[in-house]
Design a protein around this ligand. Sequence first.
Ligand code: CP
Length: 314
Amino acid sequence: MTCMNPQIDAHGRLHHLLDLATLSVAALDALLQRAQAFADGAQAPAALAGQAVCTLFFEPSTRTRLSFQLAAQRLGAQILNFDASTASTTKGESDLDTFRNLQAMGVRGFVIRHKADGAVAALAQAAAPGVAVVNAGDGRSHHPSQGLLDMLTLRQAKGADFSNLKVVIVGDVKHSRVARSDLHALRKLGCGEIRVCGPQVLLPDAQTLHGCVVSHDFDAALDGVDAVMMLRLQRERMVEGLVESLEAYHRDYGLTETRLRRAAADAIVMHPGPLNRGIEITDEVADGPQSWILRQVANGVAVRMAVLETVLGR
Ligand code: CP
């Protein structure tokens, strides 16, 4: 029987993590439950004993790369870090040849970030049996481990039942793989109301936004929400002429203490990082009592332990 979902092996098990769009609710929930156990202090120091895991990043990263490395280390794996600035890709070696060579060395887990949409899934197709690929962000398409850690953070703050939850995602949704993964996960977990807010030029197509309440008025979009998920303004959008000025963006879409009062009194503030302080979020909010931003980072390690254990730990 041919398996249509490349994340799932012939036995129905998750053997790559490429996206949340095609992940079942049961698989999503199992990963979140295991991640919560790791967040609570569960240990599995031998889960990946003797296995080599490579962080193969063709784009910069701080949180994702280092938390995957820490997660792999805590599970007993050997870690290899591919540095694109000093690797033979600078001499013209293809990504596929790089992947095949690392595989030939015996690497069994690949955590891959790439600027091109679909590039990680394409490399996963070249994976030998028993080799797992985890998408650490491709283009503007998917960032599944970020989506998972965001859901874990929401669960910790608001409980596992999302049916009465009101969430707003704010900013450059159009170019954000984080937003896409969050949207897939929020829908799967039955979020009561998903609002999306940003300037028209930074909002994606209608299909990406299906089921969302769309607004360009940040103050109105904040009314009574339980969670505010801010996105990084990708500054190159200014160069592209999509954003008039940083000042205008901050005025219209910056989260300030005053604005945050429109949300529910116990609303949480989230941001995937890195932060543009003073642009999409002020210092007072980012470092304030409603910020769960560093909790997201901490949850990143737990989620990535759960992911690596699931795809490689057999
Ligand atoms: N949230 C996130 O992906 O951060 P990094 O780019 O630092 O990994």
